[in-house]
Design a protein around this ligand. Structure first.
Ligand SMILES: NC(=O)c1ccc[n+]([C@@H]2O[C@H](COP(=O)([O-])OP(=O)(O)OC[C@H]3O[C@@H](n4cnc5c(N)ncnc54)[C@H](O)[C@@H]3O)[C@@H](O)[C@H]2O)c1
Length: 147
């Protein structure tokens, strides 16, 4: 799961590499921004997973910043009562903060992160070279939040 722009940069080669190893990869892409962290977006992703035949042996890989990590984590925690989750953080904030600690969430109109669960990932793979494409503003935001 990722945003289209991040998938183009990093998801394609990752999917190709996983496919080479015999894994069936389904790319679930959601628009960028906090507005994607909703129950309705989670519901769309459940449909996507069910149509793709995802089961408890499927692994949800969250490739992105804190939005993808929180939304993907919430979907992984709740689809079929929980499927394995792997975080692939791409923003500084996600690398130093949101991918660690197992907090997942979506927003509600009455509050940010109002709905969620603690759901530890099976693994977190952090590659700091991915920060090369992170906009400077997002980098500074990660410095202040994670510092
Ligand atoms: N679960 C937790 O413990 C926890 C902790 C802190 C924050 N959060 C949540 O994290 C979210 C904010 O995360 P964020 O600051 O990473 O924002 P974000 O996920 O919206 O990412 C910011 C922007 O940077 C882009 N981006 C990310 N990585 C990139 C890369 N390598 N190259 C180019 N562009 C890249 C994204 O596409 C996006 O447009 C909030 O929803 C917040 O509630 C969760």
């Amino acid at each position: 799961m990722s945003h289209p722009s991040l998938y183009a940069l990093y998801g394609h080669p990752l999917a190709a590499s996983l496919a080479e190893q015999g894994f069936a990869v389904e790319a679930c892409l959601v628009p960028e921004g906090e507005r994607s962290k909703t129950l309705s977006m989670a519901a769309r992703l459940y449909t996507r997973l069910a149509r793709a035949g995802a089961d408890r042996h499927s692994v949800l890989c969250a490739l992105g910043g804190g939005v993808i990590g929180d939304l993907g984590g919430f979907v992984a925690a709740t689809y079929m009562r929980g499927i394995p989750l792997v975080h692939l953080p791409t923003s500084l904030l996600a690398m130093v903060d949101s991918s660690i600690g197992g907090k997942t969430a979506v927003n509600h109109r009455l509050g940010k992160n109002l709905i969620g669960a603690f759901y530890p990932p099976r693994a977190v793979f952090t590659d700091v070279t991915l920060l090369a494409s992170l906009p400077p503003r997002e980098y500074r935001s990660g410095l202040s939040e994670g510092g």
